[in-house]
Ligand binder design. Structure first.
Ligand SMILES: Cc1cc2nc3c(=O)[nH]c(=O)nc-3n(C[C@H](O)[C@H](O)[C@H](O)COP(=O)(O)OP(=O)(O)OC[C@H]3O[C@@H](n4cnc5c(N)ncnc54)[C@H](O)[C@@H]3O)c2cc1C
Length: 439
């Protein structure tokens, strides 16, 4: 089937509106918001969100039955490339992680009562949510090893465990907790997804961990009072009613897969937005700054950086669009497009960091300062080589898929190596020898 990446004129108009809104409203407003708390930020963001809703662009990742726009992955990819220009933009469009992935999970697994309680308020932007899988003392690249446990006691789940990197847990209204409910079951049927509302006794947000994106020391009890914190959370005999489980017990892995496919495409496309923004700054600098009497862009080594960056940007965009297109064709939340999704998940963040790095280089000392957004883009971008699955895990998954249908060479290993030449000889040898002999 031929790929078709063209856009309808009406959709292009929407993309143009989004680009203008991100560049001329969201980016300049956010420049002045340093130090404000979440309540102050929410006040400033509310009219922007209202404007996005008025344009019919709110929560574009969800189907219309869930209050979204029902767009395919291709259209979403094009939107997310623009939203990627600034980290605040997805929030203003109602499609920021982890809320967007959590909404997708609830849309698939929640009962009508649970949807009323958690999904619809989340989609409207009235509440915030957290997804919590990662643990400080188990390698979370393999969640079958998780230790956090929910035990059934009468009509309640009793939760004990230790999590961290639960993004936004210090300001969110509920957590989707991925935890073990049946340690004896086969590895991928051991875990479930349980909702823990904010303030449930026995759940303690210990601190928001300092990180490359927020480089403060975070002592126990120190919480950011805004979204963007990665929280360490303790569960000590924390009790929630049985009806807080999403899906059936043991369906945690199944549900977690549903939340990741689209999200990874959107992450990758937002990376491209970052890379594009860095590339634009790199080019502006190359034609504006002069040395030895000519613009930097006339220097061959600078040209090399620009040529490589442009090639990487365009190839990255192409493979992400192809992955989005593949998901649209095959459906099923990406479970049939795992190779394509793993490929972009590991490849695009790395390319983006390389492009931002070159943009910093071409800006010299200025690139290293907070007068330009590049240093912040680099620090924030680094997370994506780890979050949502480390590069190595995706490479491994991808190679596994690629090798799945490759057949071993018959008779290998053997004293008579079945080389390609030997096979050709067997098939065409006599014919070629006959022609050779006639000469
Ligand atoms: C900014 C940010 C936000 C995050 N937000 C959330 C969140 O909201 N909720 C949540 O639950 N988690 C979140 N995480 C955590 C993230 O999902 C985990 O860090 C990730 O799954 C890796 O788990 P780990 O840190 O335990 O690393 P480990 O599993 O200990 O792995 C460490 C390293 O070992 C290597 N490695 C691991 N497995 C393999 C393998 N099979 N083959 C080869 N090499 C391997 C990789 O290089 C990997 O980086 C976030 C992380 C970051 C950085």
């Amino acid at each position: 089937m031929a790929w078709d990446f063209s856009t309808e004129p009406e959709f292009q108009e929407k993309l143009d509106w989004i680009r203008d809104f991100v560049d001329n409203t969201i980016i300049p407003l956010d420049l002045l918001c340093e130090g404000l708390d979440q309540a102050q930020l929410d006040e400033l963001w509310a009219p922007l969100k209202y404007e996005v809703k008025k344009q019919g662009l709110w929560a574009p990742h969800l189907g219309p039955e869930d209050g979204g726009q029902g767009m395919g992955q291709m259209s979403l990819a094009l939107i997310h490339e623009i939203l990627g220009r600034h980290s605040l933009a997805p929030e203003i469009f109602g499609c920021q992680g982890p809320d967007s992935g959590n909404a997708e999970l609830l849309a698939v697994g929640a009962t009508e009562e649970q949807r009323e309680r958690w999904l619809y308020p989340l989609i409207r932007g009235d509440v915030r949510s957290t997804f919590s899988m990662t643990e400080p003392f188990t390698a979370s690249s393999d969640p079958t090893e998780m230790k956090t446990r929910a035990r059934r006691d009468g009509d309640e789940w009793v939760i004990n465990g230790h999590k961290w990197f639960a993004s936004n847990a210090s300001v969110s209204d509920f957590t989707l907790l991925f935890c073990i409910t049946d340690p004896e079951a086969p590895p991928h049927q051991r875990a479930s997804m349980i909702v823990v509302p904010r303030g449930t006794p026995g759940m303690t947000v210990v601190r928001d961990v300092g990180s490359m994106a927020h480089p403060h020391t975070a002592e126990p009890g120190q919480l950011f009072d805004r979204i963007g914190g990665h929280s360490e959370v303790l569960y000590e005999d924390c009790r929630v009613p049985l009806d807080h489980i999403i899906g059936a017990p043991g369906e945690g892995f199944l549900l977690s897969q549903k939340r990741l496919g689209g999200g990874r495409i959107h992450h990758a496309m937002r990376c491209i937005g970052q890379a594009q923004y860095a590339f634009e700054m790199m080019c502006e600098r190359a034609v504006s700054r002069t040395t030895k009497g000519k613009p930097l862009g006339k220097m061959q080594m600078v040209q090399d950086m620009i040529a490589i960056s442009y090639t990487e940007l365009e190839t990255a965009r192409l493979i992400v669009l192809r992955a989005a297109w593949t998901m649209d064709q095959r459906g099923d939340h990406g479970s049939k497009s795992r190779t394509e999704i793993s490929m972009i998940k590991y490849h695009v963040p790395k390319l983006t960091l390389d492009i931002i790095d070159r943009a910093i280089q071409i800006h010299g000392a200025l690139g290293y300062t907070t007068d330009m957004p590049l240093e912040q883009m680099y620090r924030q971008g680094r997370a994506l080589r780890i979050a949502d699955g480390a590069d190595e895990v995706h490479k491994q998954a991808m190679a596994r898929q690629v090798l799945k249908d490759v057949q071993p060479v018959e008779g290998w290993p053997s004293e008579h190596l079945p080389t390609r030449r030997a096979a050709a000889q067997q098939r065409f040898g006599a014919q070629v020898d006959a022609v050779r002999a006639r000469r």
